[in-house]
Design a protein around this ligand. Structure first.
Ligand code: AHM
Ligand code: MG
Length: 337
């Protein structure tokens, strides 16, 4: 690791100065998330060594099996964010309802809520494939000092103040945005410090990778089927390459570096696809747009969707601008189908 590279801590302090009237609250919050992620990273890394894998016996609100590391990651983030008293509320993919932090204390002035998918792609853990943590930060809309309400969480993605992900991969990285571009930091595990390794990340305007669970092909809407066939046709820079890890963070990360499109569309068996608007689509869409890419539900900009439920799902098309536009073109031809 180049010792001249800036550390995440230095970067956060430098960039805090760029925010007028900044109280440092957001910086402290990102710092706390980083801390919890380091602990989760440590646990994920030793997953193959200790008897921590397997179902925890609980299921989350989505009815899917939760694995022990999901539970552990959820607890770690919750603990760090509540104990340090730097947020007024938390919503997690692994919790049925949102959590109000210190709502009884009148002097409690925190203004941010955090939405988190503590361990995304967790079905990949027991096969040693990269997983991640996704987070999204909003300013509360209800008055400071009062208990948070659902309204504080049900904001369109366009209101996000910051968003990012940790990828626990061949190396561990944090990639985040505060609305001024996207920056990537790589963890030096020997000393536990994140270094700015990928400044100003930009998504290639177009690419040659399409990422989708083609096993669901039969259930896809006609627009998606046609777009897949388009990707496979021999013409110009096509056929494209198909790459699908099944871990959103990892698929997104690869496509952002190499150029590509990720799709989790609606289907005849899942009317809004699988991904959660608040914990997965919105933060990834914010990052994508900040890196010059595009995110849509096939017809509409993800960031403009008004959520109505904490755990609602949305179809997701995200990646190189030209590729998403092309997929939207195919979707438009069969609108309503
Ligand atoms: P999870 O939050 O339960 O891990 O589910 C989200 C994951 C994404 O990371 C991934 O892109 C998608 O589910 C894969 O789903 P599928 O196995 O249906 O292709
Ligand atoms: Mg997830």
């Amino acid at each position: 690791m180049d010792r001249n590279k800036r550390t995440l801590g230095e970067f956060i302090i430098e960039n805090q100065a760029a925010f007028q009237y900044s109280s440092g609250e957001l910086s402290k919050l990102i710092n706390a998330i980083r801390l919890a992620a380091k602990v989760v990273n440590h646990e994920v890394n030793k997953a193959g060594l200790v008897d921590i894998l397997g179902d925890s016996g609980d299921t989350n609100i989505q009815g899917e099996n939760q694995q022990k590391l999901d539970v552990l990651a959820n607890e770690k983030f919750k603990q760090t964010l509540t104990k340090r008293e730097i947020v007024c509320g938390i919503a997690s993919e692994e919790e049925d309802d949102f959590i109000s932090v210190n709502s009884q204390d009148k002097n409690f002035q925190n203004k941010y809520v955090v939405l988190i998918d503590p361990l995304d792609g967790s079905s990949n853990i027991d096969v040693n494939v990269s997983v991640g943590t996704i987070f999204s930060i909003y300013r509360r809309v209800t008055p400071i000092g009062t208990p948070v309400t659902k309204e504080d969480f049900l904001q369109p993605g366009i209101n996000q103040v910051a968003a990012g992900y940790f990828i626990y991969g061949t190396s561990t990285m944090l990639v985040y945005t505060t609305g001024h571009g996207v920056n990537g930091f790589t963890l030096n595990p020997a000393i536990g410090t994140f270094y700015l390794s990928h400044p100003n990340m930009t998504y290639p305007e177009t690419g040659r990778i399409y990422s989708i669970n083609e096993g669901n092909y039969i259930h896809f809407p006609q627009g998606v089927k046609d777009y897949i066939k388009y990707c496979q046709q021999e013409e110009g820079d096509r056929p494209y390459t198909s790459r699908y890890i099944g871990s959103l963070v990892s698929d997104f990360h690869r496509n952002m570096i190499k150029g590509g499109i990720y799709m989790y569309p609606k289907s005849s068996v899942a009317s809004n696809g699988k991904l959660r608007l608040l914990y997965e689509c919105n933060p990834m869409a914010f990052l994508a747009e900040q890196a010059g890419a595009k995110a849509s539900d096939g017809y509409r900009r993800i960031l403009e969707i008004q959520p109505t439920e904490l755990h609602e799902r949305a179809p997701f098309f995200c990646g190189s601008r030209k590729m998403v536009e092309k997929a939207e073109e195919f979707m438009a031809r069969h609108k309503g189908a």
